[in-house]
Design a protein. Structure first.
Length: 292
């Protein structure tokens, strides 16, 4: 059984480009959040984070400013999988890393944003440092993370904990420069309703979405899993976002996709040792040893 666990963990490392999922570093503090946070719980489930992360990219690209940043300043046709990996490392580092690690990652992303600016096809200037654009990218991302967690990990996650999650993760967005960041379920839904008239789908959106969907799996063994993740991500999008993308799948196919992802999730949770709960136990023991 250990060999099977290692094989599955190895496939996951190829997907996200991470180090050993079961290995924990010695640390000096619990970072921005800590073991009791809602953020540790939501971000601790690999399968739902994978689905949510892909869905977030589909959602983010509907904003003209976010799309322009990808179109003008990235090699998205060849490196969309790299974008997923970099996002995964940023989320993991700012969630579970020490305070110094989280702050360094945020500063690094800020430096990248300094170089991402230009003009939209209609002549409007855009910048990755625009506080409103930063808020959009953040809300699209974390709303998809939470939606996937509720669907595939813990449908009974209490509403109060969902609100606490949004309040916690707003810290990272604000450190990046976002303003008026919604910090509850009601505020997030109100924000999404308000911004919908600004969202667009055109030939550039279609090409970026195709580049995302057509990314090759890192190995033949990972290909069926990755295909299922993309189907689940499209299914996770709000109905209005699915319509913009033209993703309206026959309802009969959705139960099979959701059942398949839930099954994969159980296998991955068995194979991985880096669940939020496992991290919390290890880090609590580590902190206790430091204090002893």
């Amino acid at each position: 059984m250990p060999d099977l666990r290692q094989a599955i963990a190895g496939q996951i490392r190829q997907l996200v480009g991470a180090g050993n999922p079961g290995r924990e570093r010695v640390r000096t503090d619990f970072g921005l959040f800590g073991p009791g946070s809602a953020c540790w719980k939501v971000h601790g489930d690999f399968t739902s984070m994978m689905v949510g992360g892909i869905a977030a990219l589909f959602l983010q690209m509907l904003h003209p400013g976010a799309l322009a940043g990808v179109w003008d300043h990235s090699n998205f046709r060849q490196d969309m999988s790299g974008r997923l990996r970099r996002t995964a490392r940023f989320i993991a580092g700012t969630t579970y890393g020490s305070t110094a690690e989280a702050e360094a990652l945020i500063a690094h992303v800020g430096q990248i944003h300094d170089r991402v600016a230009g003009v939209l096809p209609d002549g409007t200037a855009y910048s990755a440092n625009d506080p409103d654009l930063l808020t959009w990218v953040h809300v699209a991302e974390v709303s998809c993370f939470l939606a996937a967690y509720l669907r595939y990990k813990d449908p009974a996650f209490p509403p109060a904990e969902q609100d606490r999650y949004y309040a916690e993760v707003a810290i990272v967005a604000e450190k990046l420069g976002a303003t008026d960041v919604p910090k509850s379920r009601a505020a997030v839904q109100a924000y999404l309703r308000a911004i919908r008239p600004q969202l667009r789908y055109d030939h550039r959106t279609r090409e970026v979405a195709r580049a995302l969907i057509s990314q090759r799996a890192p190995s033949p063994a990972a290909a069926p899993f990755l295909a299922l993740m993309f189907e689940a991500a499209r299914d996770l999008l709000p109905d209005w976002a699915q319509r913009l993308h033209g993703f309206r799948a026959p309802p009969a196919g959705r139960p099979a996709v959701r059942l398949g992802v839930k099954g994969i999730g159980r296998v991955f949770r068995w194979a991985l040792t880096n669940s939020a709960e496992a991290r919390a136990r290890r880090r609590a023991a580590e902190l206790g040893a430091q204090r002893a």
